[in-house]
Write a protein that binds this ligand. Sequence first.
Ligand SMILES: [Cu+2]
Length: 342
Amino acid sequence: MRLLWTKWSRLCALGIASLSLFGLASCQSTPQDILAPFSPAAELTANLFYFVFWIAVIIFIFVEGLLVYFVIRYKRRAENEHPEQYHGNTKLEITWTVIPALILVVVFFLTIRAMGQVGPTSPPGQGIPVRVIGHQWWWEVQYNDGKVNYATDLHIPAGQVVNVQLTSENVIHSFWVPSLMGKTDVVPGYTNTTWLYTDKIGEYSGQCAEFCGAQHANMLFKVIVQSPADFDAWLKNVQAPAEEPAPGSQAARGKEMFLNPKNACIGCHTVDGTAAVGVTGPNLTHVASRDCIAGCLLPFDHSNVVKWLTDPQAVKPGTLMRIPKLTPDEVDALSAYMESLK
Ligand SMILES: [Cu+2]
């Protein structure tokens, strides 16, 4: 029975692994795919996977091949036929103990070496510090010792190491950008570190990888890798205070509503340069420069901001954003203000 079970689990493992190989061929551009690496650290991990995978494939074919061969070759051919009776074969037993042990030793040392190379203390060179804080259910991103407070989009320059300091303000989360780096736990009251490095400009999807409550699945983020010049320009822009909406515009009306305590926004959100200094929700000073909002559940655009402000609980049930019911006209004005915050 146990033999049968191990055989089945081996078969399943092969099935899953070959399915994922298949997947790799058909969806090369899938952002959340450890087998589509876009950084040296992710490449190292993927290569280790392939190494172990092919060893497993060879062993599988060898063992199953022998099994099939013996079944046929030593089939009972006559009623009164009895197999030759043995007790043990020392040479064979030593061989099939030593060879797997050697394979495991090799895999063990390659794994240890890879763990060292992607570990928190081994980035290639001194990095730019970025602080990332896990919230329910979105990611806060701080640059320059917290002077820049952003959310959900983690901008980094291409070709430079970024040291990511991770902490949580509530439960345990896990920071994971499959195509750039493995997972790191995000623990309240403690700072874990990891790092990111790639020279490939682009956008890479990230995800909370530790169950953290109702909207865990919608706690995504994006790593946006820019040329160093574009990154500097972006960083400069988000350090400036929010743009002032034109007097008399819909956005100006929205700003007034935003700052009105009756609407509660300022209790939870900050817009630099205004009276809004809440810290429960994302800093909105440059919300309109984000690619996506609400833990990357929605791309940033007019219809989605309207949808969000009309009923955040309907979009993301359980979200900590609770607001009084707004009229469509109020939502429109507030959205205009949000969209002005470039
Ligand atoms: Cu989480």
